[in-house]
Design a protein around this ligand. Structure first.
Ligand code: FAD
Length: 320
């Protein structure tokens, strides 16, 4: 028996700040959006406790609470929110085809991709134990909580260098662990790090274990990979800045990406190289990676989708 194929005007993939914001705008524009949450309903912010920098919450909010608020707001205007993940897409012709949970095919006039990115971790059990309790993958998000304290950061690329200098403005001392005897970051960024008085770069060194008192981080055990010598640093925070992986596997071969897999959009818009397919949030932004910027681009994606559909409708009217 052949399964009936469902058709929607606007399909949103992902339920982080970008996806839910796109859903709020798309449903208010009467695009009757259907949103698939993916395996992490609510996105990356569900992994964190305090969110202090999202406008509109003067006393801060927990990540899960904030995402619950966004979900309710999207539902209030009629977004059809479903638990499920998109397993493959076919953008070869219009309408676009999207397969959900490997079984259900949906056709869509517009697709908004907001599948986010996943922070890379070192893989230490203690790192996961103290994640959110002194361990973080985002200096801009969590640096403030370590004002005046000593922290360590691991990473050697541009992002790590950027985050180390950001932390140096807030923290008393920043230990920067670099695995090799040199940085991967650009010369300008390395210059900035080396000229910041309260950053101490420790080369040929890796994190061996995050030390804690059962509640919070109290230190970091490091190991020199040349000599095997172990050193304990007294720090209250540990930042992992070894990169992010955008969730774009299923779009390979369909959409243009940069060398690290981030989706490319036409500057100033959320348009991808395929008509009717838009990308917003961290999946197309390796630079800002904040909830508010993700939400902002989610709004742009819904407006781009709405205007695309309106222009299509005009084309049909003119041709009649
Ligand atoms: C621990 C932590 C703390 C943070 N703290 C802050 C903070 O305090 N302030 C701040 O501004 N930012 C913070 N950030 C960054 C912020 O969470 C991200 O910038 C933001 O969540 C990005 O939103 P997004 O909607 O683009 O993607 P995400 O939040 O990454 O959401 C992606 C969504 O896509 C879904 N998905 C993925 N693949 C599929 C698929 N195949 N099919 C269907 N769905 C799919 C996932 O299930 C998820 O719902 C933090 C991040 C982390 C990890």
């Amino acid at each position: 028996m052949s399964q009936e194929i469902e058709h929607v005007q606007c399909l949103i993939i992902g339920s982080g700040p970008a996806g839910y914001t796109a859903a709020i705008y798309a449903s208010r524009a009467d695009l009757k959006p259907v949103l698939y949450t993916g395996m992490e309903a609510g996105g990356q912010l569900t992994q964190t406790t305090e969110v202090d920098n999202f406008p509109g919450y003067p006393n801060g909010v927990t990540g899960p609470e904030m995402m619950e608020d966004l979900r309710k707001q999207a539902e209030r205007f009629g977004t059809d929110i479903r638990f499920g993940y998109v397993s493959s897409v076919d953008f070869s012709s219009l309408p676009h085809k999207v397969v959900v949970d490997e079984v259900k095919t949906i056709t869509a006039d517009t697709v908004i991709i907001s599948t986010g990115a996943t922070a890379k971790w070192l893989g230490l059990p203690s790192e996961q134990q103290y994640n959110g309790f002194g361990v973080s993958a985002c200096a801009v998000c969590d640096g403030f909580f370590f004002k005046g304290q000593d922290v360590a950061i691991v990473g050697a690329g541009d992002t790590a260098a950027e985050e180390a200098t950001y932390l140096a403005k807030l923290c008393k001392k920043v230990y920067m662990l670099v695995r090799r005897d040199e940085f991967r970051a650009s010369k300008a960024m390395v210059h900035r790090v080396l000229n910041t008085a309260n950053i101490e770069v420790i080369y040929n060194t890796e994190a061996k274990e995050v030390l804690g008192n059962g509640k919070n981080v109290t230190g970091l055990r490091t190991i020199n990979n040349q000599t095997g010598e172990e050193t304990d640093l007294e720090v209250e925070g540990f930042f992992v800045a070894i990169g992010h992986k955008p969730n774009t596997e299923i779009f390979k071969g369909w959409l243009e990406m940069d060398e690290t897999g981030y989706l490319k959009t036409i500057p100033g818009t959320t348009k991808t190289n395929v008509e009717g397919v838009f990308a917003c949030g961290d999946v197309q932004d390796h630079y800002y990676r904040q909830a508010v910027t993700a939400a902002g681009s989610g709004c742009m994606a819904a407006l781009d989708a709405e205007r695309y559909l309106a222009a299509k409708e005009d084309e049909v009217k003119v041709s009649i």
